[in-house]
Structure formats: C-alpha cells, structure tokens
Design a protein around this ligand. Sequence first.
Ligand code: IFM
Length: 449
Amino acid sequence: MAGEVFPDDFVWGAATASYQIEGAVREDGRGSSIWDVFSHTPGKVANGDTGDFACDHYHRWRDDVGLMRDIALPNYRFSLSWPRILPLGTGRIEQKGLDFYDRLIEELLENGIEPWVTLHHWDLPSALYDQGGWVNRDTCAAFVEFTDIVTRRYGDRVKHWITLNEPWCSAFLGYVHGIHAPGHTNLKEGLQVMHHLLLAHGLAMPVIRANVPDADAGICLNPTTFYPYGDSQEDLDAAIREDGLRNRVWLDPLAARGYPDDMVDLFREIWPEVGPDDLEIIATPSDFIGVNFYNPTYVEAGNEPPLFSRKIDPPNLPRTDMGWIVEPSALTDLVTRIHTDYGEIWTKQYIFENGAAYDDRLVHGKVDDRQRARYIHDHLAALYKAIDDGVPVKGYFVWSLMDNFEWAEGYARRFGLIYVDYKTQQRTIKRSGRWYAEVVSGNELIAPD
Ligand code: IFM
C-alpha cells in the first residue's frame, strides 16, 4: 500500500521515559524510586539489569537531541523523574533536577522539536512507597504537588502534558502480577491503586489548566482489542470481562460514566474505597485520550478467577521479540471502538506509543531492522484507514526513540529507532529511524523496503 498522505497537522514523534534512559540515579540529589529498588532486587529483572546507567541520557541529552534532529523528529515525548525533582516525593525540591529538564526543554525548542511531557511513567519516589505508595490516597496529593511544581516551572514552554502513562501497568503489573515495581501480588491493592491513579489524574488536571492555560492535557492508557478466540458465547463473555478490566474500568470513569457495573459486581468484595466526590474528580474534562498500542489479545473461557479467561496466541500470527503477536488491523479496531463508544468525550486521540522489539544486530556500523520498519508501516497504514473513516487520531509516536531499559526484560529487548551500544554508549540510527524520518518529512507513508 502506498500513497497514504496524513492530515497536514498530524503530529509525528517518538517517545521515551525517564527511568528507561536517564541513568545517573545517584547524581545531583536524585532520590530513590521504586524501580531502583525493584531492579536491584535479585531475580526481578532479566540478567540483573538495572537503570543505573541506562542510556546515560542524563549526560548525553544534548547529543540525543542532535540525533532527534538527524531523524527530522518534530515532537518528542519524555517523562520527568519525580524523585529527581522531589527526592522524597514531596517537600524539598532539588533544583538540579529541575535544571536538567530546563536545559533539555530549551535544547529541544532551539532545535524546533516540540516537547510532550509525561508527569509519571512509573518511577514513583521510594519515600512515597514507604508510606504506602499508590495504595495510600495521600500519594494523590503528592502527585498534585509535583504537578504544580513542574507545570509552573516549564508551562511557559511545554504545552502538551500527559498526567500518567499506562496506569493499568502500575496497578496490575505492579500490584497484582508482581512483575513490575513494587512487585506486589494483591488484587485488592491493585484495584485500590487503579482508583488512586485515576483520582490523581483528575486532581492534577485543574492544576495543569491553572498553570498552563493553553495546555493540551490528558492521560495515556494502554487499552487493547480483545477478540474471542472461538465462536462460543463463553469465549465472548470472557473477552467482555477482559475488556472490562483492561479498558472500561479506565475509560468509563474518565468519560463520566462511573465504574462499569459488571466490574463492580465481579470484584464486589474487594472493590476499592471511592470517596463521595471521586468520580466527579476523575471525570474532569481532558483534551485528548492517549493510546499506547502494541498487540491485540485473543481469549477463550477459562477456569482461573477472577476473569475466568485464558489468553491464546493464534499460531498463524507473527510475533515480535517480546513474544507479542502482530496484527495491525487491531489498531484500526481499537481507535474506531474508542471513537464509537467515547467519541463525544474525546475528539482527539493520540497514539503515544507503538513499536516493536526485535533482535537487532550492529553489523559494520549499520542496523538493518526492516522488520521494525515493516511493523511501524503496517500500523500506520491501519491508523490511516481509521483516520480516513473519520476517527480523530491526531498524532503518532514511535516507542521508542532509542533502545533502553525494558523494565523486567532489562536491556535484552530493543525497541529503538536508534541503536544503543550499552558498553560504549555509542548510538547508531537504525534503518527504521532513517525510513521513519522520510515518512515524517513527507507526511506520507512510504514502503519500508
Ligand atoms: O517500554 C514500555 C514503555 O515504558 C511503556 N509502554 C510499553 C513499552 C514496551 O513494553
């Protein structure tokens, strides 16, 4: 397929997150985060990898902005490290932490690159975790304090604000499945964390508006499309339950519909404490809904509580290095569904993350990652189809700008448009990075090979 010309104002970008790229975890007064503790706990991260050095972006930020310019990147999404700015989560501000992002923002703007800032991409200050972390309602107030400080400081230059990245991961991977920090396995806690994250988002929105009146602000979720594996009613019901916990428990309250009845019923015994005004706060209007998408999920009916479903990967579909199935049409289905079901609430969707991990090799100074370019191409084609059908998707960010610390998978999984040699910290623009630069510059989808 060729010839897909995107709308003139379409936003093209690439994304990263603080703990995944910065390193310098003990420099300039930065406090500890739950990911420092988790990654240093034996057995939690593949190969014992940690974010201690990561891509050393804290020192190489200027060169990294240069690389963004080399691939003609007009927009860059990154997150702020909360413990770099508030080492204890609240109270004392670390000036050097604030200065770091000032320099980065200035450099981006001088190079014509628009900053898109995520306030919280999982690196919660350990001091807050010690007081209960996201299970403790007070963490919402701490998040508001952090939001206030950074939006006052950068709001004259940063206009795009994303409150939270993928709160489903913080709540369920972090507190229920135990595979992300802080590594708990407690469903009741996970549900309370879900509610507090939504509440923190709702409380932060008016603060962003007050400090940055012309802000474009919202939250970024990782919803996905669930397909029943078979034709039975049981498989369909299992898909509906999965959709409830991954998609509707987030989207419905944000869209002022409250928590979905089927989920409240399913988890009745352990449903979180919800204050009298909480749902109204969570439903504070936002400017967009951010969507991170990698793969759909197929499910059939199963025996395991609480969702009584089993995930099945159809054997005919290709997979990335993460083992995730590749099915781009699911992205068309997802953004179309969000528009159909929630279109009167959000008239803008942004794809804030999409991309793939492949086993890249640096050979004679080159990385020939045509599989990644193909993955991105096919997802952009799927997105174009939805846009052409009237779905208001206004932008697309590749995950990721560069290879980085892939959480529990450590450095073994590479998602970047730019290859990072972690021993030398040398960067090499991959074939996909050069191809993406051409797409962005022409505002048109071109064949990757
Ligand atoms: O690396 C992560 C990112 O931090 C959040 N979204 C998914 C990516 C790939 O797993």
